[in-house]
Ligand binder design. Structure first.
Ligand SMILES: NC(=O)c1ccc[n+]([C@@H]2O[C@H](COP(=O)([O-])OP(=O)(O)OC[C@H]3O[C@@H](n4cnc5c(N)ncnc54)[C@H](O)[C@@H]3O)[C@@H](O)[C@H]2O)c1
Length: 372
């Protein structure tokens, strides 16, 4: 690629450090400026990473910025992405992409009208272990995946995040906040979801912040914090999904997929790495060998390649091919998540109106080609 794509980040909170720190791993783009409603937050990141701090309007108007990375809170995602598209910039958003299918469809129209790309995190499904799972499914080694479980349970987010308010507001909760990692991975492995049903609840009306300057302050809980859902995929697979921030301890695997020829124990889809274990039918559990760039530990013991989806979108723009963390894929996942929450309210089976192709597999060579 001859010219670097100029990236501007809007939203300089907790996760912006990972994007700024890891940007140098990837080819094709350069972070040039950051903005935030809170200009002090933008200035602090600008100083730490040697980029410009600007107001949101100035960043949207900057001639050297081709693509906006939207790292604002979920409630602001749609409006900030819309403003980026109206300013003529491609946009890549943190998850959840948007909070409703209508918001996503509006962005799709705007992007199509302006010839711009829209992408969204999570990109952890591009990680080594999840791409090994993809390879095993696609090569037929597991037979047909008929069912499985996806489990993400913890005591919640208020113990570590200094401003955890948004986690407990509509637009977050475990399904919209953590669900994207799990549901994206299921969709990349199994294809689109046909229908869902769910029951939901919450253990408490308030949560107490456990960290930072607001430690001890309580925040209201206005969205379910325990969700038990069942997803039926067009492939026929049936998956039980449990998301909860009301659980102190549990011993479930994060993801188990049951095929006609064996079982796959998939590591946490919140991360790029981890050991994927399989059985051939009832044989002993084995850990297949797999060498993939996005499995190499680069963050303590963890493989952290946050920004891989952005790098793939940047390369896709240059090559004129579809990008993997696409609007269609992200919107389908939003549809699944919002339908799960609606099913929790109605007690009905909700049909999923959107669909998507599975993103292309990211082979080790394709992953290497995204790196600087
Ligand atoms: N924190 C994490 O570990 C993590 C991990 C993965 C994904 N995410 C996602 O990233 C997003 C941001 O999370 P975070 O933890 O960094 O949140 P945060 O609250 O720490 O930071 C959000 C920042 O966005 C700014 N902001 C809000 N609305 C804005 C607007 N309209 N225009 C400009 N700036 C605005 C806020 O001032 C704040 O500085 C969320 O969607 C979250 O789900 C977070």
């Amino acid at each position: 690629m001859s010219e670097l794509i100029g990236v501007g980040i809007i939203g300089c909170g907790n996760i912006s450090t990972a994007y700024l720190r890891l940007a140098s791993l990837f080819a094709g783009y350069e972070v040039r400026a950051v903005a935030d409603l809170n200009i002090e937050a933008a200035k602090a990141q600008a100083e730490a990473f040697d980029v410009r701090a600007e107001t949101v309007d100035d960043l949207l108007g900057a001639a050297d910025i081709d693509l906006i990375v939207n790292l604002t809170i979920p409630a602001a995602h749609a409006a900030v992405s819309k403003a980026a598209l109206e300013a003529g910039k491609h946009v890549y958003s943190e998850k959840p992409f948007v909070l409703s299918v209508d918001e996503g469809e509006e962005l799709a129209k705007l992007a199509a009208a302006n010839g711009l790309r829209v992408g969204s995190a999570p990109d952890t499904f591009l990680g080594a272990s999840h791409q090994l799972a993809r390879h095993l499914v696609d090569s037929g080694q597991m037979g047909r995946i008929t069912s499985g479980t996806a489990m993400v349970m913890s005591p919640g987010m208020e113990s570590w995040h200094p401003n955890p308010d948004f986690f407990f507001q509509p637009g977050a909760g475990p399904v919209l906040d953590i669900g994207p990692y799990y549901i994206c991975n299921l969709v990349q492995l199994l294809g689109p979801v046909a229908s869902v049903t769910a029951f939901t609840g919450a253990a408490s009306d308030t949560r107490t912040i456990g960290n930072g300057p607001r430690q001890g302050e309580t925040v209201p809980v206005e969205t379910p914090t325990t969700i038990h859902a069942v997803l039926r995929f067009h492939s026929g697979a049936i998956i039980t999904l449990i998301g909860s921030w009301d659980v102190w301890s549990n011993e479930h695997n994060n993801m188990e997929l049951y095929g006609t020829d064996g079982t796959m124990y998939v590591p946490d889809p919140n991360f790029f790495g981890g050991d994927l274990r399989i059985t051939a039918k009832a044989d002993a559990v084995a850990t297949p060998a797999w060498s993939h760039p996005f499995g190499v530990a680069n963050d303590g013991d963890h493989a952290n390649y946050r920004g891989a989806g952005l790098a793939d979108m940047v390369q896709a723009i240059a090559q004129g091919r579809p990008h993997r963390c696409s609007l269609e894929f992200s919107l389908h996942v939003v549809d699944v998540m919002t339908s799960i929450l609606r099913a929790g309210e109605t007690g009905q089976v909700e049909q999923i109106s959107t669909s998507c192709d599975r993103p292309d597999a990211l082979t080790p060579d394709a992953a290497q080609a995204l790196m600087a």
